[in-house]
Design a binder for this molecule. Structure first.
Ligand SMILES: C[S@@+](CC[C@H](N)C(=O)[O-])C[C@H]1O[C@@H](n2cnc3c(N)ncnc32)[C@H](O)[C@@H]1O
Length: 255
């Protein structure tokens, strides 16, 4: 059994917690990720290339499998681990379309012939840190490169994934502005990048499309928590699911 429960990406975990923060200890004990051999297979390949723990990766895996047809975007790919999980699901769905009835994910109406997955990163670290961000100053997580991600994707036969190198959406948004997205994973650590990415992608999400924020439930990423709470206030009636793994999931129920 692979268990990454001790891995914690919270940057501020050495500090004393203020009110409203503390270790979260859910009491559930259903662990489907332990017995899903397809998930475990990709997890084994990418676990050394991600800061995202197995719980959040599992949520991404499930959401990507259930998302409507459309392109997939991840902003904040770092060494490519979580992006490779999303790409593996997109590839499986494409294969299911070509071969209905085969094992794997059920095809959806309108499933594209070629899966379209975009992984965006500055590859120069975090940008747009500001006063809402308590920990990040800019430049963190620059210890990656497009070559590192490309080599991981090639090893996993996911070479068709497109990398968007630069600040998203400022530099690289125009390259994909005509896409329609089924799922967007926003893992950028700070308020302004999360805000800019969400409002860029929101009008481009198909009905049923999903935006998943990493960082929402982590001490040190209060900017992203604030970003999601401001979005909730601006979008009353839109389903927002904050989960106990630290993500916030927003579903676009209407076009
Ligand atoms: C915590 S890391 C992402 C972790 C990754 N998802 C994984 O699987 O480990 C955050 C990344 O976001 C990137 N980033 C932050 N703001 C960005 C922006 N506006 N455009 C592109 N990349 C950004 C940083 O360069 C950094 O690599």
């Amino acid at each position: 059994m692979i268990d990454q429960s001790s891995r914690n990406t919270t940057p501020g975990c050495g500090r004393a917690y203020p009110d409203g923060y503390g270790v979260v200890e859910p009491v559930a004990d259903y662990r489907p990720w332990d017995v899903d051999s397809e998930f475990q297979a990709i997890y084994r390949e990418i676990r050394e290339h991600t800061m995202v723990d197995i719980y959040r990766l599992w949520i991404l895996w499930v959401l990507a499998r259930r998302a409507p047809a459309g392109a997939v975007l991840e902003v904040g790919s770092w060494r490519g681990g979580s992006g490779a999980v999303l790409a593996r699901v997109a590839g499986d769905r494409r294969a299911a379309r070509a071969n209905p009835g085969a094992a794997g994910t059920a095809p959806r109406a309108g499933e594209p012939k070629q899966p379209r997955v975009y992984l965006a990163d500055t590859f120069a670290g975090v940008v747009k840190a500001g006063e809402r961000d308590s920990y990040y100053r800019g430049g963190e997580h620059a210890n990656t490169s497009p070559e590192h991600v490309r080599s991981l994707l090639d090893e996993l036969d996911l070479g068709w994934v497109e990398l968007l190198v630069g600040i998203f959406p400022d530099d690289t948004g125009p390259r994909v502005e005509d896409e329609r997205f089924a799922l967007c994973h926003i893992d950028v650590d700070v308020y302004q990048s999360a805000w800019d990415t969400f409002w860029w992608v929101w009008p481009r999400l198909v009905p049923g499309g999903i935006a998943v924020f990493d960082d929402y439930g982590f001490y040190g990423c209060e900017g992203v928590t604030a970003c999601v709470e401001e979005i909730m206030a601006r979008l009353p009636g839109v389903p927002v699911i904050p989960n106990l793994s630290g993500q916030a999931v927003i579903v676009k129920t209407e076009g």
